[in-house]
Design a protein around this ligand. Structure first.
Ligand SMILES: Cc1ncc(COP(=O)(O)O)c(C=O)c1O
Length: 441
């Protein structure tokens, strides 16, 4: 079906995925007509790569709101924000420590910057089958052994796990390591006293946010935030890095959408919407707990991410049941549970629908819970930058053990690599590979 036809069809589905705006304009501007506002940098309009007027003002206001030295508007998603942050801080052959549960854009950032990666394994929760926090003690031991220019990590995770960024940023400073926090899923944190603190307010040098994921804005809207106390690097370097990757024809409707999103979040209506959503989520959880639904929670947890499970059914079957019988789509699922994302635009009615469906889930008392087998520590044989455009051959899967992969294994979402090019294929990976395996020669 053509894209045009696809979009002309009404979506007969309730989606708890990104974006959370429910396909309705949340902010005051009307974006039905993108054409009306689709300009390039014509006379009297500003230039995103060297802003001097309206964009500079809007970004300045965003920096005030978010307590940053600079906040840059990005119209190509957090992917570009991550690439620009990495380019500004990483020179070729600099050592970079990366949490393995980072999004694949960090891997492509390693190719673009020619930084040399060491992977850092986050903690795991076996009961829920998910990655959790970065252990500050483990991080400190790692930084004692080797020096790294930058440490890159994700907080919150998809499931809403927040690491102790305050402690982590203190450790990074002590070892002269820049800290980049991928806060793509934490765009609401500045606008509620109940949600965790922002990474910037806890001392991260750089953070990135996807406004389109949970903050009600349109796809591709994102922010790159720089801490007021960042050491030895000026704002021009970040602008230069952004200009390497960002389009020279940015979309004015998207830029205005970013501005409108931040104005809304920073208004009484925005604060109230988040507050009400959190209250509704609390009620939702309390009621469902009486029906045997369990929710993933821990300290600093972001409650807008409903990662839930029920005894007697796997996450995979729960996801299928909700989709087939109730046309409710989750953001992702694993063997244990399903993740339903909430944010700006998630209505009480929508939550009610999810709640009523979850109450009706059929379970099997003799069902044996499945477990999640976490990936092994990656064996990097060739650094990411040297993996691009390599000669490769296809070999039979049986012969691929310890050969160097030319492909990613990347379930999406969440977009976390189970195997990246340049890494040795381990026994654990075999189940995820096709019979013909692409290996570097
Ligand atoms: C943790 C995380 N970081 C970065 C990204 C990339 O964001 P975007 O889709 O805005 O480019 C994603 C997208 O799913 C993500 O989940």
């Amino acid at each position: 079906m053509s894209i045009i036809k696809l979009l002309s069809k009404k979506l007969e589905r309730t989606i708890f995925t990104t974006p959370t705006h429910n396909q309705k304009a949340v902010f005051s501007q009307n974006y039905d007509c993108f054409y009306k506002n689709d300009f390039s940098e014509i006379e009297g309009y500003d230039n995103l790569s060297d802003p001097k007027n309206s964009i500079l003002m809007a970004q300045g206001k965003a920096a005030d709101i978010l307590n940053t030295k600079n906040t840059y508007f990005i119209t190509q998603g957090t992917t570009t924000a991550i690439h620009a942050a990495m380019k500004a801080l990483i020179n070729p052959a600099d050592k970079v420590l990366v949490a393995r549960n980072c999004h694949k854009s960090v891997f492509s950032g390693l190719i673009l910057t020619a930084g040399y990666v060491d992977w850092f394994m986050p903690e795991t929760n076996k009961e829920w089958g998910i990655y959790t926090k970065i252990d500050p003690k483990k991080l400190e031991s790692t930084l004692q052994l080797n020096s790294y220019k930058v440490f890159i990590m994700t907080s919150p995770t998809y499931e809403g796990v927040n690491s102790d960024i305050k402690k982590i940023s203190e450790i990074c400073k002590r070892y002269n390591t820049y800290l980049i926090v991928d806060e793509a899923h934490g765009a609401l944190y500045n606008f509620s006293d109940i949600l965790p603190q922002t990474a910037i307010n806890q001392g991260a040098d750089v953070s990135v946010n996807s406004l389109h994921k949970t903050a009600g804005a349109l796809n591709q809207t994102a922010l790159l935030n720089i801490n007021k106390d960042i050491r030895n690097i000026d704002s021009l370097t970040f602008q230069k890095a952004i200009n390497l990757f960002q389009t020279t024809s940015p979309s004015y409707p998207l830029l205005a959408n970013i501005e409108a999103c931040l104005n809304y979040l920073n208004s009484k209506n925005g604060y109230d919407e988040i507050q009400n959503l959190l209250l509704e989520i609390d009620k939702f959880k309390n009621e469902l707990r009486r029906f045997g639904v369990e929710f993933f929670e821990d300290d600093f947890h972001d409650p807008t991410k409903l990662f839930l499970k029920k005894d007697g059914i796997s996450g995979f079957d729960l996801s299928d049941f909700m989709f087939d019988d109730y046309k409710i789509e989750d953001e992702l699922n694993n063997a244990i549970g399903c993740l339903y994302l909430c944010g700006i635009g998630t209505t009480k009615q929508k939550l009610e629908k999810l709640k009523n469906a979850l109450k009706k889930v059929q379970t099997n008392p003799s069902f044996e819970p499945l477990s999640v087998d976490f990936q092994p520590f990656p064996l990097v044989k060739i650094q990411p930058v040297d993996t691009f455009n390599r000669n490769y051959i296809f070999i039979n899967k049986q012969d691929s053990l310890l050969k160097i992969s030319n492909k990613m294994i990347l379930p999406y979402p969440p977009g976390i690599g189970l195997l990246y090019p340049g890494e040795a294929i381990q026994k654990w990976h075999l189940d995820y590979l096709n019979n013909d395996v692409e290996v570097i020669v």
